[in-house]
Design a protein around this ligand. Structure first.
Ligand SMILES: [Ca+2]
Length: 230
């Protein structure tokens, strides 16, 4: 947040620099569910190949991968309407979210994605009923910007059964891009900032060369250095 405030101030001053610190987490379910976990009454299970029931579920993972996760809807699993599985991830700073889903079967239920922020679960995606016509049809991709959520959030994928065994909904290749907020104190140069404007922010310590302008003290907080636009 301090970086955001600093950027806003510097943009008003007429100089431009750019900070990039993006981190992406890709979960392909080839080895495990981590960092996700199941928190619902029923579970999204890791699987490879076609699901055990005929006429439902994918035959392979998304984008040519082997494994994926799915909600089993045969008897003894989420077979009754309103049975739910919840795939949950705790606390991250969001920028973008994308994932692949496969929903083949005449008993297909509802897949929803919800983001928890400031005490409220916001639904950002929901699709109901059969979205594929065969187990071998390509997975569909969903992608969202989450930049409106400023602070840390939680996320959950909710699979709700419609009743019946032909309702094996599947997920794969969940990618979350995070933005890390950094404080840049300019004590050791410009850090990861890059000048892109017509004039340069210069790294400096102490008073600026001109009189009656610039900071009159050597430090912001307790550091020695700063940058100035000239
Ligand atoms: Ca996969």
């Amino acid at each position: 947040m301090k970086t955001f405030v600093l950027c806003s101030l510097l943009l008003r001053l007429g100089c431009v620099f750019f900070v990039s610190n993006l981190f992406a987490m890709s979960v392909d379910f080839e080895q495990s569910l981590a960092p996700f976990s199941n928190t619902g009454e029923y579970q999204f299970k890791r699987y490879s190949g076609s699901t055990p029931s005929g006429h439902t579920g994918p035959s392979f993972g998304a984008r040519g991968t082997k494994s994926y996760i799915y909600l089993e809807t045969s008897k003894g699993s989420a077979h009754t309407a309103s049975d739910q599985a919840v795939l949950y991830l705790n606390k991250f700073r969001p920028k973008n979210l994308s994932f692949y889903y496969h929903m083949f079967g005449t008993d297909m239920g509802t897949l929803s994605v919800e983001v928890y922020s400031d005490g409220i679960w916001y639904e950002i995606f929901s699709v109901s009923g059969q979205q594929h016509t065969s187990s071998t049809e390509d997975w569909k991709k969903a992608s969202f910007s989450l930049q409106k959520f400023v602070d840390e959030v939680r996320i959950r994928f909710v699979g709700t059964a419609a009743g019946g065994y032909r309702g094996d909904m599947a997920l794969d290749e969940i990618v979350i891009t995070e933005r890390e907020y950094q404080v840049i104190d300019f004590e050791k140069g410009m850090g990861q900032t890059v000048n892109t404007g017509d004039f340069l922010f210069r790294h400096h310590s102490g008073k600026t060369p001109s009189g009656n302008t610039g900071p009159n003290i050597r430090r912001a907080y307790y550091g020695r250095s700063n940058i100035n636009c000239s």
